[in-house]
Design a protein around this ligand. Structure first.
Ligand SMILES: Cc1cc2nc3c(=O)[nH]c(=O)nc-3n(C[C@H](O)[C@H](O)[C@H](O)COP(=O)(O)OP(=O)(O)OC[C@H]3O[C@@H](n4cnc5c(N)ncnc54)[C@H](O)[C@@H]3O)c2cc1C
Length: 316
């Protein structure tokens, strides 16, 4: 059966798109995802309190926020399925999708809101202490009371790592930037900012070998990549900034992506390189990566899809 609009992803971008599209009578059908590119509800399902999503002065837990968005989309008539899109043929409308369950779907328009996954260090201790002193987002978690006036670490050597470190200097007593090489990958201007900030100390040629802590992180074990020697670094928090992987594998290269794999959208729009396909949220945004920006672009995508369907005479 052919749908007017299929939305792929149930994070803030996908569910906001679903709310708007449902209220515009587009009867959206939404893939919530299952396990390929995260979980139903998206990245906020694995975090605790969200303090920067407007409208919740006391904060709200990630799962509660996502359950509220889901309920709101359902209330307005969005239909949903817990399944992944395995393959998409995006060459021309109507677009064809194959689900992981082996079912075929067709849609006149598509909104891709499949998010991105933060790369993580493959350590058992990292899994155990994730969310208890270890995070992948300083903008999200850096201002939490547990990190204030404490010594913190950022792991990485690119622009994002330096941005995270600079952001943390507002709260931390000191920020260690742990980098596995003897020079940073970041742009010159960002390197200069890091090196001239008195609160940042760069630890060169070091990798994290272990995260130590009982209930919360208290210390890192570092290994020197040149000598092999190990050392301990007491810190209250560690922020991993080793990159994100956008969830675009199912697109099989039909839509233009940038060098990092993010979907390219026209400036100020969610339009992609294929007419009738719109992208919202982290899958097209390697800069802001926030719930509110994802939700905002989900709204844009729904409105642009509505206009496109109307222009094609397909919205009825
Ligand atoms: C630990 C953590 C804490 C964070 N804290 C904050 C915070 O405090 N404040 C804030 O603003 N932001 C925070 N963020 C960032 C925020 O979570 C993201 O910016 C936001 O979730 C992006 O929304 P999205 O809808 O683009 O994608 P996501 O939330 O990543 O959702 C993507 C969705 O797509 C689905 N999907 C992926 N591939 C497929 C597929 N092939 N088929 C079907 N479905 C698929 C997934 O299952 C998921 O439902 C945090 C992120 C993390 C990891």
């Amino acid at each position: 059966m052919k749908e007017k609009l299929i939305i792929i992803g149930s994070g803030p971008a996908g569910l906001t798109a679903a709310i708007y599209a449902a209220r515009a009578n587009l009867e959206p059908f939404l893939f919530e995802g299952f396990q390929t590119g995260g979980i139903p509800g998206g990245q906020l399902m694995i975090t605790t309190v969200i303090e920067n999503f407007p409208g919740f002065p006391a904060g709200i837990t990630g799962p509660d926020l996502m359950m509220n968005m889901r309920e709101q989309a359902l209330r307005h008539g969005a239909r949903m399925i817990v399944d992944d899109v395995l393959e998409a043929d995006c060459t021309a409308s109507p677009f064809s999708l194959l689900s992981a369950n082996g079912e075929n779907f067709q849609a006149d328009a598509l909104i891709i809101a499949s998010g991105a996954i933060a790369r993580r260090l493959p350590l058992d201790s990292e899994m155990r202490l994730w969310g208890h002193g270890i995070s992948a987002c300083a903008t999200c978690d850096g201002a939490l009371p547990v990190f204030r006036n404490r010594e913190l670490a950022v792991i990485g050597g690119g622009d994002t790592a330096i941005e995270e470190a600079l952001h943390l200097t507002q709260f931390a007593s000191k920020v260690y930037l742990i980098h596995r090489r003897g020079e940073l990958r970041a742009t010159r201007i960002m390197q200069k900012r890091a090196k001239s900030n008195p609160k940042i100390e760069i630890l060169w040629n070091k990798v994290v070998e272990n995260f130590i802590g009982d209930k919360t992180l208290s210390c890192l074990t570092l290994r020197d990549t040149l000598t092999g020697s190990t050392s301990s670094l007491p810190v209250a928090g560690a922020f991993e900034a080793i990159g994100h992987v956008p969830n675009t594998a199912f697109l099989k290269g039909d839509i233009k992506t940038n060098g990092l794999g993010y979907i390219v959208t026209e400036p100020g729009s969610t339009r992609t390189s294929v007419a009738g396909i719109f992208a919202a949220g982290d899958v097209q945004d390697h800069k802001y990566r926030q719930a509110v920006t994802a939700a905002g672009s989900g709204c844009m995508a729904a409105k642009e899809a509505e206009m496109w369907l109307r222009d094609q005479g397909l919205e009825g």
